[in-house]
Structure formats: C-alpha cells, structure tokens
Design a binder for this molecule. Structure first.
Ligand code: ZN
Length: 372
C-alpha cells in the first residue's frame, strides 16, 4: 500500500487516512469496576501506538479516553461489595491509571468522566428529540435505532444477539423497534439519579460516549478506537447518535477496532474465568516487554495469549536494545521503519528491520513504540 504522496497521513485498515490537524482520536475507555486484563491492555496500548505513529508522521493528535463511571454494572458491583459506587469507581480508576503508566501509555489529553457530562447527555437527548430521532415513554427517552444494524453491516438476527449480550434489552416492549436504545432512563432507589426534563434518571451507555466525544473533540473524529467487541452495538450507536444530532453524515472517519485477546480457547472474560491480569504479568516481566508482546502482531486480528510467549517477547526486546547500541545503521533502514509503522502500524516489520539494521533505525523503533 502506498501513501499516495500524502506526507501527513497514514494507512489504516488497508486504506490511506489523510489526517486533519490536529488529528482527533476517541478511545472508548474503561468502566472502572474491575482490574485491567490483557484484552483491555491490548486496546489501550494499540490506541496509544496509533497516536504515536501519527505524531511521528508529523501530525499533532488530540486524544480523548473516557471513563464510564456511570454504569449499571459498576453500580451493581459496588453494591455487592457494599462500597459507595463513587468511591468504588475512583479506586478502580486509580489502579487503572497505574497500569496504564506501567505500560508507558501516554495520558490522554482529555479523560472525561461520564458523571461530569450528564448535562451534555441531556443536551444531546433534547436535540435528538427535536430532530425526531428520539421519543419519550414514561421517563425513558429512546433513540430510534432501527437503521443502526444495517449501517454497521449486520443483519437484524445477528444484531439482536449482540444487543442482548451487551445489555441493550431489545425485548423491552415499550420500544417502537427492538433496536431503539435508551438515551436516558429513569433511576429507582438502586441507581444514581440526576434531574432532567424527563424526571430523575441516568444516561444510557452509548449516549454517554456520544456526549463525551462531542464535548471534548466536536461532532466528527478522525478515528474511533476500542476493542473489536465494541463495534456493535456500542460504536455503532455512539456514531449514529452523534451523526443524527449534528447532521454531519458520519461521526468517525475511521474505526480502529483492536483484535480481541483470548486465553484457553475462549474470549477473555470474567464469566469464563480465563482473565489474564496485567498486574500479574507485570510482576514477572517489564512493561516494555509486555508492550512488545501486544504490538508484535497485526492489530486487528484476534489472538490467543499463551504464557510461553512472554519470554520470547522479552528476548526480542533485548535484541532490539543490543541493536540500538550498534554504531552501524543506515538512513534507508530508518526510512523503512518509519514506512512500516505508517503502513497500517506494521510493528512486526518495523521491529524486524530495526533489529537487523540496528543503530538509529532501532532507536527510532524504541522511541516511537515507547519500548524504553
Ligand atoms: Zn464508548
């Protein structure tokens, strides 16, 4: 893939992506109710690497990574542990930040918390009501989502399975269409509540990210990033809500969905009992080696973690450090490292060239991929 002479762009997902200045990157962040596992780490390390490669190519980047601290899963977990949900969320967020620092992930420019953007969800909801893209039923405001599965390239049956899996309750009889989702929902005793024109309530998950994105980056972003499992329904609805509110046609110029990490033959999930925790791995290997383990593969492909892969990743990092110390090296190798990274974030090729050529090519790879 060539870059069509665009010095300011990169190739992403096989297509050139010319960038605006600054490039705007929205990364769907965590719901702070649990410790960080390798699947989360892969998403955030790759999003960080995307931003670094764009910066390397000469374009400044503004990154938003939100914190979904108003969420029914969080409320439920805090109640189970008999902790106030606010305090619980903040505690988990602190642990998350420590893990991100250990993985040398640059802090985002904006880290909005959902609780601070409830007023923006209300504003978005009002706009969508005014444009006819939403309707109210007994304190719940639904977004009209009948067209969202098709826009995401899914047939309705496949989309129904995913909507149920991610808690969108397509069976709720109050909706005009199973794919309508709440922008706003009333809160009973067990849930946090904010005043609104539709009574005390709380925002829906997709609406929170839509509002936080618009508030921090505006109505269009260059890249919307997250784990591949967020593609539908979350990213599809977040995008549809913003586009319906702004009339801009589309919210994200490009999606960046990082391949899901499996372990023991299944997707990593608490319910499956196969979580690989980042803090456990960091007790036996460095953050840089773990970063290399996550990055030395195609970003969009799902993969399976094996404990045996940690030592080879640490060994490859050592090779890279040795190569960086060499006096040899060439400008051509530096250009090849740069070109590989700009070509769909081909880290594996960049590392191969860097280790082989050594010198400045290796140092460039270490700097750009934050492997020091
Ligand atoms: Zn999100």
């Amino acid at each position: 893939m060539t870059l069509h002479g665009s010095e300011a762009g990169i190739v992403l997902d096989g297509e050139p992506l010319p960038l605006t200045v600054p490039a705007r990157l929205y990364v769907c962040g965590i719901t702070p109710y649990d410790v960080t596992h390798l699947g989360h780490a892969a998403t955030f390390v790759w999003a960080d690497t995307l931003a670094r490669v764009v910066r390397m190519s000469g374009t400044p980047v503004v990154v938003t990574r939100n914190i979904t601290d108003v969420d029914d899963v969080l409320t439920r977990t805090a109640a189970e542990r008999r902790i106030d949900y606010d305090e619980f969320g903040l505690r988990q967020e602190f642990l998350f930040d420590q893990t991100m620092a250990a993985l040398q992930i640059r802090p985002p420019d904006h880290a909005p918390r959902a609780r601070n953007h409830v007023k923006h969800v209300i504003a978005l909801t009002r706009t969508l009501l005014a444009t006819g893209a939403a309707y109210e039923r007994a304190g719940t405001v639904y977004f009209r989502g009948a067209g969202v599965p098709a826009a995401a390239g899914l047939d309705r049956d496949a989309a129904l399975v995913l909507s149920s899996e991610y808690g969108d309750e397509p069976g709720d009889p109050a909706r005009d269409d199973p794919f309508d989702v709440p922008l706003w929902k009333p809160s009973g005793e067990a849930h946090p509540a904010w005043p609104s024109p539709w009574g005390p309530g709380r925002p829906g998950w997709h609406a929170e990210c839509a509002a936080m994105a618009v508030a921090t980056l505006g109505g269009v972003v260059d890249v919307l990033a997250g784990g591949a499992d967020l593609t539908f329904p979350h990213h599809a609805y977040q995008s549809a809500m913003v586009a319906a509110a702004t009339g801009a046609g589309r919210f994200a110029r490009r999606g960046f969905r990082v391949g899901v990490v499996g372990a023991e033959g299944a997707k990593m999930a608490k319910s499956t009992g196969n979580l690989v925790l980042v803090q456990d791995l960091l007790s036996e290997t460095s953050g840089a080696a773990l970063r290399l383990l996550l990055l030395d593969r195609p970003w969009s492909q799902p993969w399976e973690y094996r404990a045996d892969d940690v030592a080879p990743a640490a060994g490859r990092l050592e090779d890279l450090y040795v190569a960086a110390g060499r006096k040899t090296g060439s400008d051509a190798a530096v250009d090849r490292v740069r070109a590989a990274l700009r070509d769909d974030l081909d880290v594996t090729t960049a590392l191969d060239v860097a280790v082989d050529a050594g010198g400045e090519a290796a140092r460039l790879a270490i700097r750009t991929l934050a492997l020091q």
